[in-house]
Design a protein around this ligand. Structure first.
Ligand SMILES: *Cc1c(COP(=O)(O)O)cnc(C)c1O
Length: 436
């Protein structure tokens, strides 16, 4: 669209990256289910392989349907570009391996998604990449944990599952003072509620499986980069020294602001192979079209359910940054002005046994391992998503045996509350039976 106008979020969600198809006139995005693309000539083929020209070769590296999703999500996050991946975990590993190799180090908040923690403490550790975990992602402690071989800092916008809101600006300042980029997992907020690049982040990650897909139908991920970090400073030798993968090519010298995205795609995505299917990229585009309206509805239901639980006599605690007494409330108002998301944790009175009785009694809330579905979901993190953590890791992440995580969907809030009351009634029955 030839215009100087800066379009709003909802307009970009519908139009960025997805104009009508030039060859067929199809208004919806075509799904290019092809592994490979025909070369115009032998010379063009050689240029593509040498990164002298840009174009599609093979869907593991790029594909037009995938590129449409990448352009749309980059536009929504306010980044220079994006790379879609097979999953959120894949987006993380591509982000990490683009910056770090054996002997390198990351500084990360301690209260992260359990899968991210094990990726860092088990798989990357075995490859010789160490991580220092900082309780609550405290900016001063993150700053103090930096070493000469630190390659990035890592936090979540809204921690999974504890719901702590990261102080994006303060951690970005700490990272930049140390000469390293800030990576933010923005999955729980989605680009509608928060755009970390606006607050200083350099790399944004998503599990597209959650709010972006939005309907519990697809496993997918994305990585977006701002294009603002000085990759040629020497702090990231993988980007600024000759690469054996491309006959000594230096990414920062050759590609400037695109250095990170080019290395991530041309070397890491190529070698790791964690690419997205064009079909799944198409499902993410469908999801993004309605992201804003869905998130408004998610947040409204989330706030309502949080307030219901906070005033319920059967509840011992609720963690939701949208509640005024939550420790993250001030940060939520700053970074999540449209609402604190729709995922919360709480504990019914009665400990682990009560939590289990509660979950098993629910009918509308699906007991499963996902969040961000249009349908409401429930899980017990200690025995599932965070089960592989050590006791200390679980404690650092705020995971307790009585904790229940809710992902609040788009049903009528009254019906969701009716079902939660069934859970509380089951706890009473259970406690009565135990006393007899
Ligand atoms: C689910 C999730 C991931 C992992 O994403 P997958 O798509 O399941 O690989 C990473 N971070 C957060 C915050 C998540 O909720």
């Amino acid at each position: 669209m030839a215009s100087d106008r800066t379009f709003g979020f909802r307009t970009r969600a519908l139009h960025a990256g997805t104009p009508p198809d030039k060859t067929t006139g199809a208004r919806a995005l075509p799904i290019h289910m092809t592994s490979s693309f025909v070369f115009e000539s032998a010379e063009k083929a050689a240029d593509l392989y040498a990164l002298r020209t840009y174009g599609d070769i093979y869907t593991r590296i790029s594909n037009p349907t995938v590129a449409a999703f990448e352009e749309k999500i980059a536009s929504l996050e306010g980044g220079l570009g994006a790379i879609a991946t097979a999953s959120g975990q894949a987006a993380q590993i591509v982000a990490f391996l683009t910056l770090a190799q054996n002997g390198d180090h990351f500084v990360a908040a301690a209260d992260l998604y359990g899968g991210t923690i094990t990726q860092l403490t088990v798989t990357l550790k075995r490859l010789g990449i160490e991580t220092t975990f900082v309780p609550h992602g405290d900016p001063a402690a993150m700053r103090a944990a930096v070493k000469p071989n630190t390659r990035a800092m890592y936090i979540e916008t809204i921690g999974n599952p504890g719901g702590r809101v990261g102080d994006l600006r303060a951690v970005a300042d700490a990272a930049h003072d140390a000469g390293v980029p800030l990576i933010v997992d923005n999955t729980f907020a989605s680009p509608y509620l928060c755009r970390p690049i606006e607050h200083g982040a350099d790399i944004v990650l998503h599990s597209g499986t959650k709010f972006i897909g939005g309907h519990g139908t697809v496993i997918a991920g994305a990585m977006i980069e701002s294009g603002k970090f000085p990759w040629g400073s020497g702090r990231h030798p993988l980007l600024s020294t000759p690469s054996p993968g491309y006959h000594g090519l230096m990414f920062s010298e050759t590609f400037g602001e695109y250095a990170y995205l080019m290395r991530a795609r041309a070397e890491v995505l190529r070698d790791v192979g964690a690419c997205i299917s064009p079909m799944n990229a198409w499902l993410l585009v469908q999801g993004l079209e309605t992201l804003a309206v869905r998130m408004d509805a998610h947040v409204k239901n989330g706030q309502r359910i949080a307030e219901f639980l906070a005033s319920h006599p059967g509840v011992s605690w609720v963690k939701y940054a949208g509640l005024p007494d939550n420790p993250s409330h001030a940060l939520a108002r700053r970074y999540l002005p449209l609402g604190a998301g729709s995922i919360l944790t709480f504990a019914p009175r009665g400990g682990r046994a009560a939590a289990v009785a509660f979950i098993e009694a629910l009918q509308l809330w699906s007991h499963l391992a996902n969040v961000g579905d249009a349908k409401s979901l429930v899980i017990h993190p200690m025995s599932t998503t965070h089960q592989q953590l050590t006791e200390e890791e679980a404690a650092a992440g705020g995971i307790t045996p009585d904790m229940i995580r809710l992902s609040i969907g788009l049903e009528d809030a009254d019906d969701l509350i009716w079902d939660l009351e069934q859970g509380f009634a089951a706890i009473k029955r259970h406690a009565g039976a135990a006393a007899r």
